[in-house]
Design a protein around this ligand. Structure first.
Ligand SMILES: [Zn+2]
Length: 376
């Protein structure tokens, strides 16, 4: 497949990435050598290749990953889509925060520079454009009042009414009121062989909305993002991230993160294809950008509160109506024999007094193996 980025098989990803089973799944899925019902039938292990979920005739890897109606209706594909979208959202939030804190590039300045560069001094020849020349300004560079909304299954959003009114809900909308610019993002997690068809389908779907936005004197841009279900990200998706404003390494890193998420999700969908039960829809898979930071909680140290004076334990016991205190030891392994509350042990009760009684002191001092103290 030429239009996709290769899966990350670097040593760090092999060691610290999604794990050997997911990587093996991605590699086997690319040569269609996964234990799907159709392959098991071909290899002679089973007699039927029917899909357990939808009773479809031939359950191929393609059917299982993107084309099973039962899995679609149950939300398995939406779960994978939203997991990928969540990672994109988090990466974009950081990017937008960065651009919103900068002075925006002015259209007029950019145009003036390009105009001046088009002139050639007498006796000089026009320079050929270098392939290494800095790429054109990113879309987000022209403003610093960007807002973004992202549409999830459980967080459905309305298209910003300030732009126009529509029922359509692209996966992401980024807009700037000052420059009247809007960027629509549409994510598809399709089979790798269907990436181009998905691009055409999405462009056709949003063509009317694009013209409606233009009529309202806004400048629209539609970026379709395709992430293959076998874990391969479309190269156009990488270019779309660069066009938005990610640096090349940043876009590459994001694509790798999406690749890992989609591979983990597809592997889970593959593992779950033989069971109608699917309890994962509310647990999105989190990647490098979307994982929640787990800060280790500092150990709680109790400090005396000056407003709450320290009261002796024995006083507190009496205040709470506790009059008897029992000590249990395991000298003769009586717990094993009689249990904690044996009648024999209850005889060792010590009446609680302000000063420990002789019996209590003796029993405590002699106890090398204090096993339990139970308040009754
Ligand atoms: Zn099916």
């Amino acid at each position: 497949m030429e239009n996709v980025l290769p899966f990350d098989l670097s040593w760090p990803n092999l060691i610290y990435g999604p794990g050997p089973r997911v990587i093996a799944f991605v590699l086997n899925a690319q040569i269609n050598s996964v234990r799907t019902p159709d392959m098991l039938k071909l290899w002679g292990y089973v007699s039927s290749s029917t899909c357990v979920l939808c009773n479809g005739n031939n359950c191929t890897l393609h059917h299982l990953l993107v084309n099973c109606k039962f899995a679609l209706d149950q939300g398995r594909y939406t779960w994978r889509h939203d997991s990928v979208l969540l990672d994109i959202e988090q990466a974009l939030l950081k990017l937008i925060r960065n651009f919103n804190s900068k002075k925006p590039a002015c259209f007029a300045d950019v145009a003036r520079k390009e105009y001046q560069m088009s002139f050639v001094k007498a006796g000089e020849q026009k320079r050929k454009p270098s392939h290494r020349a800095k790429p054109k300004h990113a879309l987000l560079e022209y403003a610093n009042d960007w807002k973004m909304q992202v549409d999830f299954k459980d967080r459905k959003l309305v298209f910003p009414p300030v732009i126009c009114s529509t029922e359509l809900r692209p996966d992401g909308v980024i807009w700037s009121v000052l420059t009247r610019t809007v960027i629509l993002l549409e994510l598809t997690c399709c089979a790798e062989e269907g990436i181009e068809a998905a691009q055409i389908r999405k462009e056709a779907r949003y063509a009317d909305l694009m013209s409606l936005v233009s009529e309202r004197k806004w400048a629209p841009t539609l970026l379709t993002l395709e992430v293959g279900a076998r874990g391969l990200v479309c190269s156009k998706t990488f270019h779309a991230f660069v066009k938005l404003g990610f640096s090349n390494p940043g876009a590459k890193s994001l694509c790798r993160s999406l690749s890992e998420i989609v591979a983990r999700c597809s592997y889970a969908i593959y593992l779950g294809h033989s069971s109608p039960a699917w309890p994962h829809n509310n647990d999105l898979v989190r990647g490098k950008n979307s994982e929640t930071e787990t800060k280790s909680e500092p150990l709680m140290v109790l400090k005396p509160d000056p407003a709450d004076p320290v009261v002796a334990n024995i006083v507190q016991l009496k205040q709470n109506g506790i009059s008897k205190l029992y000590h249990f030891t395991d000298f003769s392994r009586r717990f094993k024999k009689n249990g904690l509350m044996s009648a024999h042990l209850i005889k060792q009760e010590i009446s609680s007094t302000m000063n420990s009684s002789k019996g209590s002191r003796q029993s405590l001092c002699g106890l090398r193996e204090l096993c339990a103290s139970i308040l009754l």
